[in-house]
Design a binder for this molecule. Structure first.
Ligand SMILES: Nc1ncnc2c1ncn2[C@@H]1O[C@H](COP(=O)(O)OP(=O)(O)OP(=O)(O)O)[C@@H](O)[C@H]1O
Ligand SMILES: [Mg+2]
Length: 310
């Protein structure tokens, strides 16, 4: 299980989709899980709406979207052998209240459903999935999802629920079966949040982070001679030949070169900060300048990750 998380808007969905595409390219059977069920992950994998049951989106890639209500019904059915109709009983109404009103057990259902998929076997006893990639909640909420089993164990000391929750806690903290990949941008807050989140996941959920994708990096490096050329153009901006070759005032061209140079240096500086604060590899992914979205964007990021090779 690979949980992809980070500050909002840093590329969790795009990176999760890109990883799913790479795993499928390598011949793996992939389950992609959209925790927040906004539909973004399905769009990034070139599909329409995804539901609670796995649905094929690409060759080798199935996806599910978790919605608390549906997952709770399945959870009841699985563990307590309660048929769906029994939700109308007073007992089920009590559970319903727990599922929708109190944060802890509800978080438990999210991680519980993913853990159940990890343990699922086909008829021949083979795991249903080779890899599960989770487009997880952002920094604010992911720790409570991943620490939900551990939190519940402190509340429930014995019985069926305790044993159901215990294996989930063990699975999430087993770093041969479960890992977290962070996403960040070369900006102040996403870098600070990634470092803090890495530390919180370790201390509060007992989970170590395997890496951080530093997304939307400006990797184009302007060479010293290109900088000199830009400066010379600026000086000669009134020269007839310069204006002729650039089709007018050279200022936009000169400023673009300066801007690219500044953004490159800033990206490199944030990469240094992130590497210094996070005890895990940092993998840069370039800012895609071509206007792409959905599957085309996920494919571009997958290619960048494949090229990096980390
Ligand atoms: N390398 C990239 N270059 C340019 N744009 C990118 C890149 N990666 C992602 N994007 C774009 O940035 C936006 C945010 O990405 P994405 O939706 O994957 O982030 P998110 O962390 O899942 O956001 P949210 O917190 O809203 O779920 C999207 O429009 C996406 O297409
Ligand atoms: Mg998203």
């Amino acid at each position: 299980m690979v949980f992809v998380t980070g500050k909002g808007g840093t590329g969790k969905t795009t990176v999760a989709a890109a990883l799913a595409l790479l795993a499928a390219r390598a011949g793996k059977r992939v389950l992609a899980v959209d925790v927040e069920a906004k539909g973004d992950l399905a769009a990034a994998l070139g599909g329409g709406a995804v539901r609670f049951t796995p649905q094929a989106l690409q060759r080798g890639i199935y996806a599910i979207a978790l919605q608390a209500e549906e997952s709770f019904q399945e959870y009841l059915g699985l563990y307590f052998k309660v048929p769906r109709l029994a939700r109308m009983t007073p007992l089920a109404r009590v559970f319903d209240f727990i599922a929708t009103g109190v944060p802890g057990p509800r978080d438990m259902l999210v991680v519980g459903k993913i853990a159940y998929e990890e343990r699922r076997r086909d008829k021949s006893g083979r795991p249903a999935w080779d890899i599960i990639i989770v487009d997880a909640a952002s920094s604010g909420h992911v720790v409570s999802h991943l620490a939900a089993a551990r939190a519940m164990l402190t509340l429930v000391r014995g019985g069926v629920i305790h044993s159901q929750v215990e294996w989930i806690d063990e699975l999430v903290r087993d770093d041969s079966r479960s890992t977290v990949l962070l996403t960040a941008l070369p900006e102040e807050m996403p870098v600070v949040e990634a470092i803090e989140l890495g530390a919180r996941l370790r201390s509060e959920a007992g989970i170590s982070v395997s890496g951080c994708v530093l997304n939307r990096m400006v990797l184009v490096s302007v060479s010293p001679s290109q900088r000199r050329l830009a400066a010379a153009l600026n000086r000669d901006s009134d020269a007839e030949e310069v204006r002729h070759r650039l089709g007018g005032d050279p200022a936009p061209f000169v400023e673009s070169v300066q801007l690219a140079s500044q953004l490159h240096d800033r990206s490199a500086e944030y990469a240094r900060q992130l590497r210094a604060g996070l005890p895990a590899p940092v993998v840069p992914v370039p800012l895609e300048t071509a206007s792409r979205s959905g599957l085309a964007m996920a494919r571009a990021v997958a290619d960048a990750l494949a090229k990096d090779g980390t």
